[in-house]
Design a binder for this molecule. Structure first.
Ligand code: URA
Length: 261
């Protein structure tokens, strides 16, 4: 017998199983096999038919295109903050307590980009204020900088539930907000903290260990921003042996900064 799965029964089951939140755009863990047209009562062949034989635009591309268009309207970081507060294109917003864009000087020469707010950041509503933030402050201090002189942001403005790794969908939707911050701040240097920032901003699957120490360029209008990647402070909290390599990266950054001044 071809027993169709009833969506309500399935959701009831998930709730009984302890699932408390939905946060992705695409169904997963069983929902993909459910009869998703149940709401409309249409036979399967009527809803899934793709008459042009063209791939259907995914939710991701629609949401990220929408984000791109919205971000382009922002003429200042404050505009971008307003747009982000109203933006509903990413499921992470539903589970996070705070929406966190960057903070620091809008005239900063250095922009730091991390991954996503953690529990402390989500509670307080500011980037890098927990244990990672304290380490970041020390890292900056080691090259005679402080966070007020920099602009600090994350690839994701919302904390993923339980600090899980963000999905590609979530990264794609949030990327326009990071890119627009880069365009608006136009720093001389960007320091990418960790793999997610590296992957998103430089669009590379390379690991931090392979690219750290190398300079990259990121073009914004007439300006070439110098980009360096290094280990994320949360990784350094776990792998203290890598701190010395990060120190070398920070010195590289400081040297370039000195050359420029
Ligand atoms: N980790 C990040 O990547 N960003 C934060 O703001 C805090 C921890």
């Amino acid at each position: 017998m071809n027993k169709q799965i009833d969506i309500k029964e399935l959701l009831d089951w998930y709730i009984m199983a302890g699932v408390e939140e939905t946060c992705g755009i695409m169904p997963c863990l069983g929902l993909e096999n459910a009869n998703l047209d149940i709401k409309t009562n249409l036979p399967n062949n009527q809803i899934s038919e793709n008459t042009n034989n063209q791939p259907k635009p995914s939710f991701v591309s629609v949401a990220s295109k929408n984000a791109m268009a919205l971000c382009q309207k922002a003429q200042s970081i404050d505009d971008l903050k307003d747009i982000l507060q109203k933006f509903e294109g990413c499921g992470l917003k539903k589970t996070a307590a705070s929406t966190i864009l960057g903070e620091g000087s809008i005239e900063a020469k250095i922009m730091l980009i991390g991954e996503a707010p953690g529990a402390d950041e989500d509670r307080i509503g500011r980037p890098f204020v927990g244990r990672c933030g304290q380490l970041l402050d020390k890292m900056l201090c080691s090259i005679s900088l402080n966070r007020e002189e920099c602009y600090i942001t994350n690839v994701l403005p919302w904390r993923p539930p339980g600090n899980r790794t963000p999905t590609d969908e979530e990264l794609a939707v949030c990327l326009p907000f990071v890119k627009r911050q880069i365009e608006l701040i136009k720093p001389d240097f960007i320091l990418l903290l960790g793999k997610i920032a590296l992957k998103s901003v430089l669009d590379t699957p390379e690991s931090v260990s392979r690219v750290r120490g190398k300079w990259f360029e990121y073009d914004v209008e007439d300006k070439k921003i110098q980009v360096l990647a290094t280990f994320h402070p949360s990784y350094l909290l776990r792998s203290t042996a890598q701190k010395s390599k990060t120190w070398v990266d920070l010195l590289r950054l400081k040297n370039k900064l000195n050359e420029k001044n």
